[in-house]
Structure formats: C-alpha cells, structure tokens
Ligand binder design. Structure first.
Ligand code: GLN
Length: 482
C-alpha cells in the first residue's frame, strides 16, 4: 500500500476496494511510529483512530452514505481545537488544556468522515517560522533532518511530506501554511480572509489569519477547500463560498492570463541564487503555458514585514492576555504572591518569542508611541491594499518565490531576529491584504525544496487553483526518502 498517495487517489483506492480504511489507518499509524521519533511532526496521536476507521469501514460495507473523505487520515495543527482533546499551541501555558469545543473546520471534515489522526507541532502560539519556538522541541525537515521544516505549521508540513497522513490543516497569519509547504515540498493554501471559518482556532492575530489545507497536490487542496469553506454562524467574518466547486474546472490552464512578477519579492539582493533561478524558470514555464508575465512593482512591500510584526504583536498582546492562570492555566501555589507578581510568575511559562511579541505588543500601540508605530503600520496596510487593488485591475495573478531562501539549518537564524523576520518578506502581503495565496512545490535543489507562490484577487481561489495546477503539472519532483 502506498502511503504517499493523494487524497483523491485515496478516495478511489477505497472505492475500488484496494484497501480498507482500517488497513490504511493502521499503516499510517505504523509509519508515524517509525519515523516520528526522529521527525517530531506530532504532539499527539488520536488513540481512537482505529475505532473510527472500523466504523467507517462498516458504513462502506453496509452501503450506507459515507462522507467524501472516506476515512482519510488528516492531521491538525495543535492550535485548532477538537473537543475533549488537548490543544497546547505548543506552549507550556496550555500543556494540559482540554478543548471544550470543536473547530468548524474539524467538524466539517469529520462530518465528511475524515479521521483526525493527530495534532501537529508548531512554533508556540504560531509565532515563528521554523518550529524552533515550540516548547516541545522542533520538527525536522524530512528532506534533510539538519534543517528546519519551516513554520509555524511545521509539524503539519512534515506530516504530509513524510507520508504520515494524507493532508493537514494549518493556520497562516503571515505565511505559516505557505512557508512550511515550500520548505517541505507540499502544496499550502492560504484562503481569502473569511473564506474559511476561524471558529476554534486559537487566535494569534485574528484580523489577518486563516486556516487552510496543506496537501500533496493542488487538486487535494481544492478538494479540501470545497469541504472547509463557507459561512459559519460562529465566525461572523466568514464569507459565502457560493457553493463553488474548486475542483470542477481546475484544468482550465493559464493561457492568455496576465501574471505580474512582483519586483520587490524577486529582488536578487534578498534572494538566494538558487531560489532566484527557480523563480526565473517558473516564469518561463508560465510563459510556455500561454500566460503573459511581466514585472510589476508593489512599492509598499519593503515595509510589510515591519508593519506585519507591529500589527500582529499588538493583536497578540491582546489575545494572549487571557492566559493569566485564572481562566486558563495550571496548578500554581499562590501563597507568597500579591496579584501582579502572581500573574507575572504564571506568565513566565511563555517561551521567549511569545514574551518578546507581548512586550512589543504592549509598547507599539501605547499612548505616546502609537503614532510612530501602530498607526504607521496601519497606513502601510491600507496603502498596500490600494496598490493590490490597482494591480489586480491589470493582472490575474501575482507570483514570487514563496520564501526568499531554502530551508536553513537549526540554530542558523534564530539569534538574528531581523534576518529571521525577513524570511516572511514574500508571504505577509497576502495576509495584510486578505487575498488568497498558494505555494506550489517547484524544484529540489541541493536536496532541498523551493516553492513558488501564486497570489490572486479576493475570492479568486478558483482561478488561483487553476494556475497552481497548471504549474504543478509541469514539474516532476522526486519523493522524499525517509
Ligand atoms: N513568521 C510569522 C510570525 O511569526 C508568521 C507566523 C504565522 O503565519 N502564524 O508571526
């Protein structure tokens, strides 16, 4: 049995009686047992997965209605809640937190008979891009275990790339789906803000983040988006997906489409040579497919990383205030503390990156400083939105490398915060403007992946997936060998 099959091939495998759900789930669990000691994609495994599999097999056998996922194993980033199981956000602060409710995305997948195989590792509270900030230790890149898998949804990326499951759900505040997708050579989609419900996602910077699929193929991404998108009464920012079927016309191609290559995201100064070469190659590929590519400037892009960290730290400061060991927390003897010192002591369980963000998030919007920092960041955001609107009057898509560099070694960047943040240079624009963006695996160079990012206008996931599929069809990448 091939554990590396796509979601769509899994479905046809089940329909053609090539394997049962139980057989597939058992093999996936064996695989996890075998490789995850080393890769550390998972923080938790679903201990009733086999029972779930048997139930779905029984439904199939007795010809009852079975959901579209037919028991496929899907992993879930550990900042997305599943009722009755732990949601740690890879933080010591939530080490024993049992979620009281299930996120809408997981409910939707479960009602289509997907099996949530386990919860995946991330940077603490999704702040980071390498999983080095997980309080439970990093995940490793299956292409080279000396390298980071990207983040913050690094565990999700690894679990899919290493064939521990069929697909995963990640969250993307500034690139956290696309960055690990690029670093692990899988497909990662950040949908339009509002297209997918955030109910049950632990908020980091809720005004710009989205849940999205991380999959082996572009078609799988469309398949999962069909299931998880749409209005949710529990999240009043959600938008109507108009019953779009993102799969039905995915083969339309890009002939005659106009593609803007974002100058500021392909600046040779900021890119590694290999990434630049791969990007130039992808431009040629799009042209061969009949698209027109031309460079386009988005002048706000150089300011986006600073604006992004200012805005997200402000929101994080407010969102994370609730972890005061009163409403959420852990056993801690309060004797000898007065109120403030007790709260400080309780909050010292946060890791260094989260603490940095909360300190920054208290400072940048504060009276006397807001004009210099927070309000300026909002200005950058609104100017960027204006630029993007304008650009999409002329172009169908924008492209860039997803990440300016290839996966780096553990410890290589963590002590240089500015160059660390600059890794987000190409991904944060889609979050600040709310547009959809996808990372498509494009090359393996020096044994490590490079992904190409495609962005489209609001709610243009349909054509975005068509462009991604057209690009994907031109590449033939090796399988990871682990
Ligand atoms: N690297 C970015 C950050 O740390 C993005 C994280 C994310 O998308 N969750 O904020």
């Amino acid at each position: 049995m091939d554990l590396g099959i796509s979601a769509l091939n899994y479905v046809s495998g089940i329909k053609n009686n090539e394997f049962t759900v139980e057989e597939f789930i058992s093999k996936s669990l064996e695989r996890i047992n075998e490789v995850d000691k080393n890769l550390h994609a998972f923080l938790q495994i679903n201990d009733v997965a086999i029972k779930n599999a048997k139930e779905i097999d029984a439904k199939i056998k007795s010809n009852q209605d079975v959901g579209k996922c037919y028991g496929m194993p899907i992993s879930v980033k550990d900042n997305i809640c599943i009722s009755g199981s732990k949601t740690t956000c890879a933080s010591k602060v939530l080490e024993n937190f049992i979620a009281p409710h299930t996120s809408t995305v997981v409910s939707k997948l479960s009602s289509e008979d997907a099996i949530m195989i386990g919860k995946t590792n991330l940077d603490e509270f999704a702040m980071g891009l390498s999983t080095e900030f997980s309080a439970y230790g990093p995940s490793k890149n299956p292409w080279n275990t000396d390298c980071v898998p990207g983040g913050s949804s690094g565990g999700s990326g690894v679990s899919v790339a290493a064939n521990e499951c069929i697909a995963s759900l990640g969250s993307d505040t500034g690139g956290s789906i696309r960055n690990p997708a690029s670093f692990c050579s899988i497909v990662g989609l950040k949908p339009t803000y509002g297209l997918v419900s955030r109910y049950g996602l632990v908020s980091y910077a809720n005004s710009i983040e989205q849940i999205g699929p991380m999959t082996k193929t572009v078609k799988d991404s469309a398949f999962l988006l069909n299931i998880i998108s749409g209005i949710d009464p529990n999240d009043n920012t959600t938008l109507d997906n108009k019953d779009q079927d993102y799969l039905s016309n995915i083969d339309e191609g890009v002939s005659g489409k106009k593609i803007g290559v974002v100058t500021e995201m392909t600046n040779p100064d900021g890119l590694s040579t290999d990434v630049l070469n791969a990007t130039n190659d992808a431009i040629k590929t799009f042209e061969k497919l009949g698209a027109n590519c031309e460079h386009v400037s988005l002048q706000m892009v150089p300011y986006t990383v600073a604006a992004y960290y200012t805005i997200t730290s402000t929101e994080a400061g407010s969102n994370l205030a609730r972890y005061d060991n009163v409403r959420y927390g852990y056993e801690m003897d309060s004797s000898g503390f007065e109120f403030n010192s007790y709260i400080s002591q309780a909050r010292s369980k946060f890791g260094p990156e989260v603490i940095r963000r909360m300190i920054l998030g208290g400072f940048v919007p504060s009276a006397g400083h807001a004009g210099k920092y927070f309000l300026k960041a909002l200005k950058v955001k609104s100017k960027l939105i204006t630029e993007i609107k304008h650009v999409f009057e002329k172009f169908d898509f924008l492209i860039s490398p997803t990440v300016p560099i290839q996966p780096f070694k553990f410890g290589e960047k963590i002590n240089d915060p500015v160059s660390f943040m600059m890794v987000d240079m190409n991904t944060v624009t889609a979050n600040l403007t709310g547009i959809p963006a996808i990372s498509v695996p494009y090359k393996i160079t020096n044994g490590l992946p490079i992904g190409i990012q495609i962005m489209a206008n609001h709610l243009e996931e349909n054509s975005l997936l068509q462009a991604a599929y057209a690009l994907e069809k031109t590449v033939d990448l090796p399988e990871v060998s682990i």
